[in-house]
Design a protein around this ligand. Structure first.
Ligand SMILES: Nc1ncnc2c1ncn2[C@@H]1O[C@H](COP(=O)(O)OP(=O)(O)OP(=O)(O)O)[C@@H](O)[C@H]1O
Length: 126
């Protein structure tokens, strides 16, 4: 925990440590994050294979990041909801469903961007 008496530098270093711990928890325990990360790795390999442009790399990296950020925020909201109310509640259902909508928007953008980048290149292979 960050102590108010910590120096600025120690406070920032602790924040980085906690953020890396959170990243590790997401990568190792959350199936949805594992799946999204695997897609990220796959399109990165495709990017090298097809030699995509700098602009395409930027767009692709941006959408991979968007999906992972949304998926991580969704996971955090799910965990808060489970902590606040582990039993069934109609409002928790709505909260979780709405939170799950965030990665869906990001995933839609990622599919469109990756489709624009790769569909013509894959078609050109045949
Ligand atoms: N406590 C609850 N009360 C009411 N509905 C719930 C509750 N917990 C889960 N649900 C419903 O079940 C759905 C799935 O919730 P769950 O917590 O299992 O997430 P998940 O889809 O498994 O998430 P992920 O795969 O990202 O871990 C929610 O979107 C919601 O509709």
């Amino acid at each position: 925990m960050i102590d108010p008496n910590d120096s600025f530098l120690v406070g920032r270093l602790k924040s980085i440590k906690y953020a890396l711990r959170g990243t590790w928890i997401l990568i190792t325990t959350e199936d949805s994050v594992k799946v999204q990360l695997s897609f990220g790795v796959l399109v990165t390999i495709l990017g090298f294979y097809f030699g995509i442009s700098s602009t395409e790399w930027m767009m692709q990296t941006l959408v991979i990041g968007m999906v992972l950020v949304a998926e991580s925020a969704n996971t955090a909201i799910e965990k808060i909801a489970d902590f606040v109310n582990p039993e069934y509640h109609k409002q928790i259902e709505v909260i979780k469903d709405v939170a799950a909508g965030a990665p869906s928007f990001a995933a839609f953008a990622a599919i469109v961007i990756c489709g624009i980048i790769y569909v013509p290149r894959v078609i050109a292979l045949f």
